[in-house]
Design a protein around this ligand. Structure first.
Ligand code: APR
Length: 237
């Protein structure tokens, strides 16, 4: 099948898709925001107050990522590229979609394996750091202090407009493993064209606009994505 003939499947993922790879979600019971104060480790104010604590927090998460593996949910989405033009929009800062083989991944909230200067958000200044530790007060070759390339609460979300354009262009849409409470990402569902076939995969109930007519699959990602795949392929082939 040529790329042009393929229907576009746009998928918005959240922490839930990486739960089966060993990552805690944020808002479930036992989630990260029960252990950590979100203001301390995920807000720009937290960075001004205690940059060392934040650098360490993301160093730990990056070390965990190095050992983690993509799960069936990530893998099936990558396999679906055989049949669909799959475009992933993720709120996750891990790279498990890429490692599962997905070719088009837009990161709304940044990436753990990257860093950028504190005082310059120009995309050309983002550098790859792989899985290594970022030292607190580390500088780039221009002498600028680096910070994790993560979008924190209180900061703009530069990729939101390209993400909104992708959602508007969807033939099929899916939300997987997101509580849809953090904006502007959660607002992306409002960009959907009214009759687009839309799936919601999550073991818990998530509020979505009733008029959008989501097909709800109340399962964990590995099972739920397999069900969605089977349904889509039955339609498409
Ligand atoms: N499979 C699928 N979904 C799951 C699984 C699983 N195995 N386990 C939990 N979930 C669901 C939860 O039921 C919940 O609806 O994943 C969702 C996780 O929600 P949040 O913890 O709120 O994560 P997310 O929506 O990605 O958070 C958005 O908040 O703090 C920030 O920047 C952070 O990107 C993050 C943003």
């Amino acid at each position: 099948m040529s790329e042009n003939a393929k229907k576009r499947l746009v998928v918005l993922t959240g922490a839930g898709i990486s739960a089966e790879s060993g990552f805690q979600t944020f808002r479930d019971s036992g989630g990260l925001w029960e252990t950590y104060n979100v203001e301390d480790v995920a807000s720009i104010q937290g960075w001004y107050r205690n940059p060392k604590l934040m650098t360490d927090f993301y160093n730990d998460m990056r070390a965990q990522l190095e050992k983690a593996q993509p799960n069936a949910g990530h893998k099936i989405l990558a396999e679906l590229e055989q049949y669909f033009d799959v475009q992933i929009i993720t709120q996750n800062v891990d790279n498990l979609h890429e490692r599962a083989g997905s070719s088009h991944v837009l990161h709304l909230h940044g990436e753990l394996t990257k860093a950028r200067p504190v005082n310059d958000s120009d995309p050309s200044k983002i550098i790859d750091i792989g899985y290594r530790k970022l030292e607190y007060d580390e500088k780039n070759s221009d002498g600028e202090i680096l910070r994790p390339h993560i979008v924190w609460f209180g900061e703009a979300v530069p990729m939101i407009e390209p993400a909104a354009r992708l959602v508007r262009s969807a033939d099929i849409f899916a939300v997987i493993g997101s509580s849809l409470v953090v904006y502007p990402a959660a607002g992306l569902v409002h960009e959907l064209r009214g009759r687009t076939l839309a799936y919601l995969i999550d073991p818990k109930e998530v509020d979505v606009p009733a008029w959008l007519n989501f097909r709800i699959i109340q399962e964990v990602a590995s099972k739920g994505v397999a069900i969605m795949r089977d349904e889509l392929l039955k339609e498409a082939l």
